[in-house]
Structure formats: structure tokens, C-alpha cells
Ligand binder design. Structure first.
Ligand SMILES: Nc1ncnc2c1ncn2[C@@H]1O[C@H](COP(=O)(O)OP(=O)(O)OP(=O)(O)O)[C@@H](O)[C@H]1O
Ligand SMILES: [Mg+2]
Length: 357
């Protein structure tokens, strides 16, 4: 029987061991590089919209909600009549967006923000669990590994967590992020979506702490590729009272993901410059807003362009058709509407290699 207690939070034992300190140095170095490279992209919305959709896909995959990027983008083009799976993944991206706006506006990561993000991603207002009996099982054996607290303990524990999120303490913010994630998953406040909400909280916390300007570090791909380590790390804290493996696991995820995302953003930037030059040299209708449009919406359509560059429907159609005729965009039909794919960008975003260890 484990003596682990959720009410002893944060833990009193020393956390920043030599190994953790070394991992922190790496993680911060790559994170700072990522923050810097993101600032070289002129339009911040561009990275947020493309990377957050990718994150939505990876994060939902952990729950075995599998959709293709093609279906996801088609959902953006025509939300009505989309398949329920893509809808659910799109809700994740919306939850993240709602959270980011609130954090940016208030500088806080409040309990209300967490509730709003969870409600958006689940598409209901159920709020905290109200019935007992929730247990967490080992995925392969089906054995119960952990029983989260009873419903009446959830609100006080979540309020304490909210205070901890806003405390200033000696602990490094990345260590704090790992503690917050562990505590949140252990409270397991909701009927469903605890994993996904917890992953959104990680990202929002990085923004709140100023380690990133915008939500662009997405750990879900790392977690989904190392799922067994993720579950083991969470559980080990409780069974053995040992925080170090969990901290090292998450810090390594930050370092690897930040390094990987920096590389991806550099490639996006190069492609952006290439397209800009090509379109500026060859087309009188070039504008920065047009470029932003086809990078913000890797699948774009006439109505999006009309809105972004303020031209008539006929004009927007003509521009997109010309770019498609010249092979810069790929034109496809969806029901009664056409959409235009920035194929080179889509390839960058979705043909990703496994993240090296
Ligand atoms: N032993 C454990 N201790 C603490 N947290 C755990 C443990 N096992 C699983 N979890 C957490 O519970 C989450 C799953 O809970 P839930 O089904 O509510 O979330 P989800 O978002 O729907 O699913 P998923 O995280 O699989 O996408 C896991 O992602 C993990 O964060
Ligand atoms: Mg679930």
C-alpha cells in the first residue's frame, strides 16, 4: 500500500538533483532557441494555426482518436457534415485556443481557464466528476493501478493546484510544469479528457511563464511515441515516491520537442521565403496577406482569401485558380466547393520523422 498523498503538494523532498539540473540546462537551451526562431516568423498566427492542428492530432491519438490531416483540414473548410472524429480533434485545437487567449489576456492560468478548455474539448459542461468509482487501469493488463480522489476532494485540491500555478518559488518553471502535470493527472478532476486537458495546461503554463510567446511547444507527439514511459513515470512517483525519473522524462521531452520544432520552423520559414519570392516576381496580385493566407490555411478556399485580402469572390477565385494552374497550389473539389492545398507546407507538417531519443 502506497503512502503517497495528494494533499502533500508540492512534495517536500529535494527535486533538483544533479541529473535534473543537467536536463534542465538542455531543455532551457532548446526552448530559448525555439522562442527565438519563432520570433523570426512575421505572422505569429501562422505558426499557431498550423502547429496547433498538428498537436491536436497527436494529442487525440493518445486516446485512440485517429484522424488524418486531410480529414482535419477538410473539416476547417467545411465544418458542416464532417466526421465526428475530425470534429473531436478540431475541438482540441479550439480548447487550446480558448486557453491561450485567456492566458495571454490575463497573464494567469486560472481554474476557470482550465474548465473552459476542458469543456471546449469535450463539447459539454459536465465540469468536475460528481460520482465516485473512477479508477485508472494498466492499459495492457486491465489491473487497477490507481484510484483518484473522491468527488468532494476535487475542488479543494484543484484550488491548491491553481495557487501553486501562480506561486513564485525557488523551483525551476519546467520542474513546476512537471509537478503540475503529475498532480493534475492524479486528481483526475474530469470524467474524461484529463490527459488532453493536462497536455493543454503544459503548453499554457510555458506561455504564462514567458518561456514561449505563443503556444508552439507540443509534447503530445513525444508522449504518444513513448506512451509506456509516460504512464510508468506517472505511476512511479506514487508507488515509489521517486520524482526523478518523471522529471527527467518530461525534461527530455521538452528538449527533444523544442529542438525538433525549431528545425520545423526553420523549414517553414525557408518555404515562406521561397513562395514569397516566386509569387512576388511572377504575379501582379502578390501581397503579404496572400502569402499569410496560404500559410495560415495549408488548405485554403475562396471565402478565406476573400476575407483576408479584401477582394471580391470572383477575384479571389481567379487568384487561386491561377496559382493552381501554375502548380503552386493543388486544387481539389469537396462537394460543391473547391479548396486549394499548399502541398509543400502540408508535406513539411505531416511527413514527420520519428523523434530521435
Ligand atoms: N497511473 C496514472 N497516474 C496518473 N495519471 C494517469 C495514470 N494513468 C493515466 N493517467 C492519466 O490519465 C490520462 C487519461 O485520462 P482520460 O481518459 O480522462 O484523458 P483523455 O484525454 O480522454 O485520454 P488520453 O490522455 O489517453 O488522450 C492519461 O493521459 C494520463 O495523463
Ligand atoms: Mg478518455
Amino acid at each position: 500500500m502506497s503512502t503517497y498523498s495528494l494533499s502533500r503538494f508540492p512534495p517536500h523532498q529535494p527535486l533538483e538533483t544533479d541529473a535534473v539540473l543537467r536536463a534542465l540546462v538542455q531543455a532551457h537551451r532548446y526552448l530559448a532557441e525555439l522562442k527565438g526562431v519563432a520570433r523570426t516568423i512575421p505572422n505569429e498566427g501562422l505558426l499557431i494555426s498550423t502547429l496547433s492542428l498538428q498537436e491536436a492530432q497527436s494529442s487525440s491519438e493518445i486516446e485512440n482518436i485517429i484522424t488524418t490531416q486531410d480529414a482535419l483540414y477538410r473539416y476547417q473548410i467545411q465544418p458542416q457534415g464532417a466526421d465526428p472524429v475530425s470534429k473531436e480533434v478540431a475541438h482540441y485545437a479550439e480548447g487550446l485556443d480558448v486557453g491561450f487567449r485567456q492566458v495571454r489576456e490575463s497573464g494567469l492560468l486560472s481554474l476557470n481557464t482550465i474548465l473552459d478548455a476542458q469543456s471546449m474539448l469535450e463539447g459539454n459542461d459536465a465540469g468536475f466528476r460528481k460520482t465516485p468509482g473512477t479508477v485508472l487501469k494498466n492499459e495492457s493488463t486491465g489491473d487497477v493501478v490507481y484510484e483518484p480522489p473522491a468527488p468532494n476532494e476535487i475542488a479543494p485540491l484543484m484550488h491548491r493546484l491553481e495557487s501553486f500555478i501562480h506561486d513564485t518559488s525557488e523551483l525551476d518553471p519546467l520542474v513546476r510544469m512537471a509537478l503540475i502535470h503529475h498532480q493534475f493527472e492524479s486528481i483526475h478532476p474530469f470524467y474524461d479528457g484529463n490527459g488532453r486537458t493536462g497536455r493543454i495546461i503544459n503548453i499554457l503554463y510555458l506561455v504564462k511563464e514567458g518561456l514561449l510567446d505563443t503556444p508552439i511547444l507540443y509534447l503530445s507527439r513525444y508522449i504518444s511515441q513513448t506512451k509506456a514511459d509516460y504512464y510508468r513515470g506517472l505511476q512511479q512517483v506514487r508507488d515509489e515516491g521517486d520524482w526523478e525519473p518523471w522529471l527527467l522524462y518530461l525534461l527530455q521531452g521538452v528538449a527533444l520537442t523544442a529542438r525538433h520544432t525549431t528545425g520545423l520552423i526553420e523549414q517553414i520559414r525557408a518555404l515562406l521565403q521561397l513562395y514569397k519570392k516566386r509569387i512576388r516576381d511572377d504575379y501582379k496580385f502578390y501581397s503579404q496577406d496572400l502569402i499569410n493566407n496560404i500559410f495560415r490555411h495549408p488548405y485554403t478556399k475562396v471565402a478565406f482569401l476573400e476575407l483576408d485580402i479584401g477582394v471580391s469572390r470572383a477575384t479571389a477565385t481567379r487568384y487561386l485558380d491561377v496559382l493552381a494552374a501554375d502548380g503552386i497550389l493543388l486544387k481539389q473539389r469537396l462537394g460543391r466547393e473547391n479548396y486549394y492545398i499548399n502541398h509543400a507546407l502540408v508535406k513539411l507538417l505531416f511527413n514527420l520523422p520519428e523523434m530521435g531519443q
